[in-house]
Design a protein around this ligand. Structure first.
Ligand code: ADP
Ligand code: MG
Length: 694
């Protein structure tokens, strides 16, 4: 129902539209941010210095001026029927306009004394109504929008009319499920969330509506997962041929139990005619590459090809180096040759691959003469004429969705897909975000890794000197180090400049006499490669770099890492960076130079010092930043969470997951749950539309 039909004035409609509220349903899903319980309100007459309280009062007088040092100051006098109270706002000149005389509002703050009189300074203010009609005991307060000036009482009036007009709401939840989960009906919930009888009722209403949010997502994800599983368009790979065995036998180590389990899961998927959609999660250094390569070889031994896609050029090149080394000496059947076999071939494709080489690679791929292509995501999708792409491994791309799948499918049969990530996702969040993928985890680290000793270093020059001292000692002992330069706002060029200057500074001060190398995004690819090679070959002691080294760079001899301005990096990024050291088996150190100024950045530094467990840090990251930030754009649906929040609501996710499974067990195409089907389609659109009969 459009808002105009509710009698909302055009002026207000315009402002609501700025808050993306266009329909009655949008309005009803614009939930109160909090509630004031009037039975708990304080009377001004009773307040003493030091009390913290909410008072409901009317603005009697208000005026603005400047303080002696020219700060804007707004002073108001409020009255609640028992007494007057002075209220003072510093640096909030707009309050004079907001709180005109006669406005009723809730003021929350602490009482202090100024020249012997009680006053509240910079209280939290919620405007309640302009019409003196606040008789409810529990008063909802709606989120304010910065741009659009909409008062909470205006929303309340419109909501009241929307509720009156709506009547009964369609109920997507069967009553047995509702009873079992102790959830109230939706109609009741919509009324009570906006006009609660009590705080308790408001809470129950939120519970119900929050569950609905998670249920919609889970029904979509579970349905999609099941539809994918039911597809028969994939390849039945022959997974227990000799090639994989040969490969594993030749490794200089045994697989860890986790690696074996992951590989078994992958093989099972690959053998089945349903295309694999699996997420392989494992901390930096947990040995994902070996598992991925074994999966690729499962395809190769049956005459298929594999693709390994990396997020950056540096990583693609490095993967290619590792892959070539590991494949060295392996052969596949080839009846076109005298011996009846030929070596397994891997090729690299990056931006640097020249046009002629690219054409040659394309021809070789089309002829089935190349078995494995390693390249960047951007290059492989849709561009290459694989003869028989059997499996695609996608490293560090969290946004693998319908679209990418279609691109891969365009290449021939439906290839199996393995997505890898070194940023582990806590179980419940994964259920929410990757609910349509199967998951394998590498939690156990290969033997011989020691946790990196991590120290947070403040701006004190003495502490910093101790870090440089450790670095020099390690270099003297034949080891190497990284120094990661700060993120610089602005362009990659300013960042490169900062790194260059830092290198010069270090060369003339703390690190005089050491062999320093430079690596940043602005270098020509050949120079990047030269710097990496020189570092790998130990011609350089210390690599001064920007975050281009973040992912996957593997130099086991490096034992010290200094991260400058560490508090400006995200938690998972820091963990990735730290993963560059401690790969050689001996002791390793990470120094986080920082001067954290916000609670979040302090929390990040503390978490890094506390733990080296990527799974645990991922959970902390989620707590600190919240799901929306962490998962960013991947998730259609996350944005729909209005009441729900991850990780706080893990219980809801789990309950919704099992409810979704049960509903779909009994009614796979939701033909008997039309309301639910519609809501899921509204939420997830194209991604699920084909799943449910209309
Ligand atoms: P990831 O890709 O998960 O960060 P890698 O696959 O690069 O980890 O593995 C890191 C290092 O550990 C590599 O040098 C690899 O050869 C080695 N490695 C992998 N699996 C094992 C294992 N089971 N035992 C010992 N070393 C291993
Ligand atoms: Mg398969």
């Amino acid at each position: 129902m459009p808002l105009a039909d509710l009698g909302v004035t055009e002026r207000l409609r315009e402002r609501l539209s700025m808050m993306e509220i266009e329909t009655a349903l949008d309005l009803l899903q614009h939930y109160p941010r909090r509630y004031h319980d009037r039975t708990k309100q304080a009377e001004i007459a009773e307040l003493r210095e030091g009390d913290e309280a909410t008072v409901f009062a009317e603005v009697r007088r208000i005026s603005s001026r400047q303080t002696r040092n020219r700060r804007p100051l707004v002073e108001a006098v409020i009255y609640d029927g028992t007494s007057l109270l002075n209220v003072t706002f510093f640096n909030q000149p707009w309050r004079a306009k907001q709180l005109r005389e006669g406005t009723e509002a809730a003021f929350f703050g602490k009482i202090d004394l100024y020249r012997g009189k009680r006053q509240m300074t910079n209280p939290v203010v919620d405007i309640l109504g302009g019409k003196g009609e606040n008789t409810a005991t529990v008063v909802p307060v709606y989120p304010q929008s910065g741009k659009a000036e909409v008062f909470t009482w205006q929303i309340r009036d419109a909501v009241r009319r929307a509720l009156e007009e709506s009547g009964e709401f369609a109920e997507p939840l069967p009553s047995d499920l509702r009873d079992e989960l102790k959830l109230r009906e939706r109609t009741w919930a919509y009324h009570q969330v906006h006009e609660p009888e009590s705080l308790e009722a408001a809470r129950k209403a939120q519970r119900r509506l929050r569950f609905d949010e998670f249920l919609r997502m889970q029904v979509g994800l579970v349905a999609r997962k099941r539809a994918l599983e039911a597809e028969q368009s994939g390849i039945r790979h022959v997974v227990d041929g000799p090639l994989v065995k040969q490969f594993l036998d030749r490794l200089p180590f045994d697989l860890t139990a986790d690696q074996r389990r992951a590989l078994d899961e992958i093989r099972r998927d690959m053998a089945s005619p349903a295309p694999m959609h699996r997420l392989l999660q494992g901390d930096v250094g947990s040995g994902k590459t070996v598992v991925a390569l074994a999966a690729i070889l499962c395809a190769v031994q049956g005459g298929y090809q594999g693709a390994l896609m990396a997020p950056t050029e540096v990583l693609a090149e490095q993967h290619h180096g590792v892959v070539s080394r590991l494949l060295d000496g392996l052969t596949v059947v080839d009846h076109g040759t005298l011996t009846g076999e030929r070596p397994v071939r891997a090729a690299l494709l990056t931006n640097r691959t020249g046009a002629a080489d690219r054409r040659a690679l394309a021809a070789a791929l089309a002829a089935g003469e190349v078995d494995v292509v390693v390249g960047t995501h951007a290059l492989i999708y849709g561009e290459l004429p694989f003869a028989r792409l059997g499996v695609a491994v996608i490293d560090e791309q969290h946004r693998f969705g319908v679209e990418q799948r279609a691109l891969l499918r365009g290449l021939g049969e439906d290839p199996d897909v393995l997505v890898m990530t070194a940023t582990p996702i806590p179980r419940t969040a994964a259920m929410l975000v990757y609910g349509d993928l199967d998951k394998s985890e590498l939690r156990e680290m290969p033997p011989g890794r020691s946790p990196v000793i991590t120290t947070v270093i403040g701006p004190n020059p003495l502490e910093r000197e101790a870090a440089y001292e450790r670095l020099r000692t390690e270099v003297a002992a034949g080891h190497q180090a990284y120094i990661v330069c700060p993120l610089v706002e602005g362009s990659a060029r300013t960042e490169a400049k900062a790194a260059t200057e830092e290198l010069e500074r270090l060369a003339s001060q703390e690190l005089t006499g050491l062999r320093l190398g430079l690596l940043h995004g602005q270098l020509k690819a050949a120079d990047k490669e030269r710097a990496m090679t020189a570092f790998r070959e130990r011609e350089i002691d210390v690599l001064v770099a920007t975050t281009v080294i973040e992912v996957g760079v593997d130099v086991p001899n490096a034992t010290v890492m200094i991260v400058e301005d560490a508090d400006r990096f995200g938690l998972s990024q820091l963990h990735q960076l730290r993963g560059r050291v401690g790969r050689g088996g001996g002791e390793a150190w990470c120094f986080l130079f920082s001067d954290p100024t916000t609670p979040e950045s302090r929390a990040r530094m503390a978490a890094m010092a506390e733990s080296t467990d990527g799974f645990l840090l991922a959970e902390r990251d989620l707590e600190i930043r919240g799901a929306g930030e962490v998962f960013g754009e991947r998730q259609a649906g996350l944005g729909d969470l209005k009441l729900g929040r991850i990780p706080r609501d893990v219980k809801y996710v789990e309950a919704a997951r099992s409810a979704a499974e049960r509903i779909l067990d009994g009614d796979p195409d939701l033909s008997r749950h039309r309301q639910l089907a519609e809501e899921v389609e509204d939420l997830l659109g194209d991604a699920v539309e084909f799943l449910f009969k209309s």
